[in-house]
Ligand binder design. Structure first.
Ligand code: C2E
Ligand code: MG
Ligand code: MG
Length: 670
């Protein structure tokens, strides 16, 4: 307790300890005596003011004991008044607040340190609340994001995040909130106020309260635009052609794959156009690469002009460009584009002082028709491009699949087959038949050939099926019959009487209503011996329209014409029909003969067929005899006749006659 001058009237034990004075020494001395000399004046002033105003005295100040120890005191004193209300004394308490002051000091220091980091000019730093709002931001962050501090503090980071990058960030943020992690780093994009993007690397750490709840976040934001740009530049180099700036082959492949996947899912088409300049090499060679390069650039521009939004144009290398047309709805959209490209490329070019003209060729493939992978589509577009080049360049061609080519070939064969008869392109070959009983050639099978003007000699398998489908087999078949009968008729007159000729009939021919009339007319007209004519039918022909067939076979029988079942054993092999049909000969198919005598089962089949045929009073002919072993086996098993390369291949007439003569000489010699 002091008087109004500050002189101590009463001190307690603790005051004595703090000052190092005894109570007696302290009494009457001003309490301010122990205040640190540096602050004494200031303290005195404050004291006098409090006294003047009669108010409370409150002050923190340093204090020095008699021994020189300095500490901090929090001094508070209240005025005391007597009954009349006159100010008499002050009653004060001095609390040692050294510890508190120290803590404050440390805090201030750490705050200062933090501030110095916070305001580091290189990185953006923010304190962020659990509500995602910016609580504090440094100048650098304001710069980076392009907002003024006051604006920024009203926003949350989520609002400024580029929408595509938000989900990843939120997911991590939630993990922190859920106490799974304490922080995370990621690369993300912010939307600046001016709408441009900031590529940033952001590291976020949270500060939790003792109960684990997030108090706030500290985030460090670094500008990585340059790094991103470098990355993008590298990406660009990897994906774009340097000369034209167009996507390169690799990128086109990617885009095409994506387009194919989408097309297969959405059931639309994708078109692939390969564009190749015609005779570009000439320009390069004569005018030099600089001109060549400029031309390629100009072509690239024109191609861009033809493309729709969403199409990808690439330079595949050299003077070849590829265009992917995703989501084609109509087929001829690709053709229209190709036509447009042909026209655009063909416009004249002014390069340096050269006026240039180039054309191009275009190959087109379509997904899914021509392929369901980028690789196949490109390969097939390439094959279409080659066709366009073959067809004289400066045109476009669609890819023709194997199936399409076969169909085309058929069509063109069918067309030329129509003229084959008029142009006399068909020819009969004769393959000798050997009679095992007599041991000599007694007949032949007539086998048709087509001397195609471009494709050369065609075997029947190449054109008989086409002739069947188109109905041309009727005139062809008639021609064969007529030629066979006439030729062999001549042979009869020229020293080979009784020579038999077998003619193959196709199903369609056999069903021809007037076939019997035709044969009858032919026989009468030529005077050919009907017993020397053998008609070869397959099992299949006889299995349908049975009643009509039986009638036709009877008619032939009446005429004396013989009927043979060709390729016996390969078809229905329903033996019961053999009884019902008036058939004369079974021709064992060559598939049973080929591996005789080693194949036991085929040996058994041949044996059975011979036994069966003979039981029914039929003759047996074996086809495809190629070796002496075949001959031995078949003769031993009772075959009547044989046919095959062993005896002779199918031969043109003149050679066949020679063969017959040779055989006759051999027989005579024997
Ligand atoms: P196909 O009537 O069974 O004629 C026998 C086929 O076997 C002939 O083939 C003949 O060259 C072949 N060949 C004969 N001996 C041997 C042999 O020892 N080994 C082998 N590996 N093959 C042999 P080509 O001339 O190509 O005739 C094939 C088929 O075309 C004939 O089979 C026949 O069904 C049909 N064809 C031939 N000419 C005519 C015709 O004028 N009209 C009709 N509709 N079809 C015919
Ligand atoms: Mg035959
Ligand atoms: Mg046959």
């Amino acid at each position: 307790m002091t008087d109004l001058e500050g002189a101590c009237r009463y001190v307690n034990e603790r005051w004595c300890q703090m000052t190092g004075l005894t109570a007696e020494q302290a009494a009457g001395t001003p309490w301010t005596q122990a205040v640190h000399p540096d602050e004494r004046e200031q303290v005195l002033k404050a004291w006098q003011q409090a006294v003047r105003e009669g108010s409370e005295f409150v002050l923190d100040h340093r204090f020095r004991s008699r021994s020189g120890r300095t500490t901090w005191l929090d001094t508070r004193a209240v005025p005391l008044r007597d009954r009349s209300g006159r100010l008499t004394y002050y009653l004060g308490a001095n609390t040692d607040i050294a510890d508190l002051k120290r803590t404050e000091e440390t805090l201030r220091a750490s705050e200062a340190r933090f501030r110095s980091y916070f305001e580091l000019p290189l990185v953006g730093i923010a304190l962020i609340g659990p509500d995602k709002r910016w609580w504090e931001v440094n100048d650098r962050l304001c710069d980076l994001l392009g907002y003024r501090r006051s604006q920024l503090l009203r926003l949350s980071w989520a609002e400024l995040t580029y929408p595509d990058d938000l989900a990843t960030d939120l997911a991590q943020f939630d993990r922190v909130m859920n106490r799974r992690i304490d922080g995370y780093s990621l690369d993300k994009r912010f939307l600046r106020q001016d709408g441009t993007l900031l590529y940033a690397s952001v590291s976020t750490r949270c500060v939790r309260r003792p109960n684990g709840v997030v108090d706030y976040f500290v985030a460090v934001v670094q500008d990585i635009t340059e790094r991103k740009q470098a990355e993008e530049h590298i990406q660009h180099l990897a994906h774009f052609d340097v000369l034209t700036g167009l996507p390169n082959r690799a990128l086109l492949g990617d885009r095409l794959e994506q387009a194919v996947l989408r097309a297969l899912r959405d059931r639309v088409q994708v078109g692939v156009l390969l564009v190749d300049l015609d005779h570009f090499k000439r320009i390069n060679d004569t005018l030099g690469h600089t001109v060549g390069d400029q031309l390629l650039r100009e072509v690239a521009n024109r191609l861009k002009g033809c493309a729709r939004q969403g199409d990808t144009i690439s330079r595949q290398g050299g003077d070849e460009f590829a265009i992917v047309l995703p989501d084609l709805e109509v087929n001829d959209e690709a053709a229209r584009m190709a036509q447009q490209i042909l026209e655009a490329v063909a416009q004249r070019y002014q390069i340096e002082d050269h006026e240039l003209h180039v054309s191009c060729s275009v190959g087109i493939s379509l997904c899914p028709r021509d392929g369901r992978s980028a690789e196949n589509l490109l390969k097939n577009a390439d094959s279409a491009l080659y066709r366009a080049k073959d067809l004289g360049r400066n045109n476009y061609q669609f890819y023709l699949s194997g199936a399409t080519i076969v169909a085309r070939e058929r069509l063109s064969l069918e067309n030329s087959l129509r003229h084959a008869l008029e142009r006399d392109e068909l020819e009969l070959y004769y393959q000798p038949k050997w009679d095992f009983h007599i041991g000599a050639m007694t007949g032949a099978e007539a086998l048709v050939r087509w001397n195609h003007p471009e494709l050369g000699l065609l075997p029947p398998a190449r054109f008989i099926p086409i002739a069947e489908d188109s109905g041309l087999v009727l005139p062809v078949g008639e021609w064969v019959l007529r030629a066979a009968v006439k030729t062999v008729g001549n042979l009869h007159k020229n020293g080979w009487p009784g020579l038999r000729i077998a003619v193959n009939l196709s199903a369609r021919q056999f069903r021809q209503t007037n076939l019997t009339d035709l044969v009858k007319g032919l026989l009468i007209e030529t005077g050919f011996d009907p017993t020397c004519l053998e008609l070869e039918l397959t099992e299949g022909i006889l299995m349908h329209h049975t009643e009509d067939n039986i009638a036709a076979l009877r008619a032939f029988k009446t005429m004396g014409v013989r009927i043979a079942i060709d390729d016996f054993g390969t078809g229905y092999s329903s033996l019961s029909y053999l009884q019902r049909f008036p058939v004369d000969v079974l021709k064992i198919d060559r598939s049973f003969v080929t591996d005789l005598p080693t194949s036991d089962s085929n040996a058994a089949i041949v044996d059975a067929i011979v036994t069966l045929a003979h039981g029914l009073g039929l003759e047996v002919v074996a086809e495809g005899i190629e070796t002496f072993e075949h001959v031995e086996f078949l003769r031993a098993h009772g075959c009547d006749q044989g046919q095959g390369y062993y005896f002779g291949r199918p031969l043109p007439l003149a050679e066949f006659e020679n063969l017959l003569a040779q055989d006759r000489r051999r027989a005579a010699a024997a």
